[in-house]
Design a protein around this ligand. Structure first.
Ligand SMILES: NC(=O)c1ccc[n+]([C@@H]2O[C@H](COP(=O)([O-])OP(=O)(O)OC[C@H]3O[C@@H](n4cnc5c(N)ncnc54)[C@H](OP(=O)(O)O)[C@@H]3O)[C@@H](O)[C@H]2O)c1
Length: 262
């Protein structure tokens, strides 16, 4: 059987680095993102450098039927997905009432709904084989309310809760679920979200995509349920547990308030 790692959002940032990490560990890949040219470029880099099998599928994962299309593509080509990496996602920065409704809706579809659907579609085969891994991209933002990134934070809180619940349901089955919760990471994410030099992103320390991807791989392989790269962010997640929510949301609001939001 042609066992594969499926990675969404594999053409840039954390997803691209994850593709390289998996390929270095001799895993065959199926890479998914929207831009066919960027997909071809990422695949060629891996094929020429690491001589691993890489196949690609260009699809907009914010479309409601995208997950079914990805599953049909894998079935048609005989790929058995034993590792699913739900990485594709984007954010937006600013007051919710001035946000673009169509953009916020796409975000909910891509960051949360498609992740849930892909898990539902690929899990049964993993369970049949009693072997599989799911890595879902959440965020350090998932641990508290996220004023000025309200929809984005809610999608990442969904992923954290969903992944934890699945991990508990699947305990002892041979299938693990890991929620990766990075802090600010240098990628296209901030410019795509319109963050630039605003908010918490500009004051908190950043990681590189390579650091985050390598950490994620190690934790996923150990079956860790919640993986937070960096000691500072592990500490902040603990502090958040003991901080009254009214205080933490006011701190985040103060950090996130910027010229752009006044
Ligand atoms: N960077 C951070 O600070 C940070 C922190 C915490 C969590 N995260 C999470 O980490 C994940 C990866 O983000 P990143 O920082 O690596 O961002 P990035 O550099 O902007 O990469 C995003 C990837 O997702 C793909 N993508 C975007 N929209 C898509 C769509 N509608 N359908 C299919 N693919 C789509 C993009 O490719 P195409 O444009 O070709 O589709 C690209 O490959 C996201 O879920 C993000 O929320 C990031």
């Amino acid at each position: 059987m042609d066992h594969r790692v499926l990675i969404t959002g594999a053409t840039s940032g954390i997803g691209e680095q994850l593709a390289h990490v998996f390929a270095r560990h001799h895993r065959r890949l199926v890479l998914v993102a929207r831009d066919p040219e960027k997909l071809k470029k990422t695949a060629m880099e891996i094929i020429t450098r690491l001589h691993m099998r890489v196949d690609t599928m260009a699809v907009d994962l914010s479309q409601p039927d995208a997950a079914e299309k990805v599953k049909a593509f894998c079935d048609k080509n005989g790929y058995v997905i034993d590792t699913l990496v739900n990485n594709a996602g984007f954010g937006s920065f600013g007051t919710f009432h001035t946000s673009q409704l169509s953009n916020e809706t796409k975000m909910v579809e891509l960051n949360s709904a498609t992740v849930m659907k892909l898990c539902r579609l690929f899990l049964p085969k993993m369970l049949e084989e009693r072997h599989g891994q799911i890595l879902n991209l959440s965020s350090i933002a998932a641990f508290q309310a996220g004023p000025y990134m309200a929809t984005y934070t809610a999608t990442k809180t969904f992923i954290l809760s969903f992944s934890e619940s699945l991990a508990a349901e699947l305990h002892g089955t041979g299938v693990t679920v890991t929620a990766l919760c990075p802090g600010p990471t240098d990628s296209h994410f901030a410019s795509a979200a319109g963050i630039y030099n605003n908010g918490a992103f500009s004051v908190l320390p950043h990681s590189s995509t390579q650091q985050v991807a390598e950490y994620a791989y190690r934790k996923m392989m150990r079956g860790k349920v919640i993986a937070i790269p960096g000691l500072l962010y592990q500490f902040l997640a603990v502090v958040d547990k003991v901080t009254p929510r009214v205080i933490s949301r006011r701190i985040v609001a103060a950090l996130q308030r910027s010229e752009k939001n006044r």
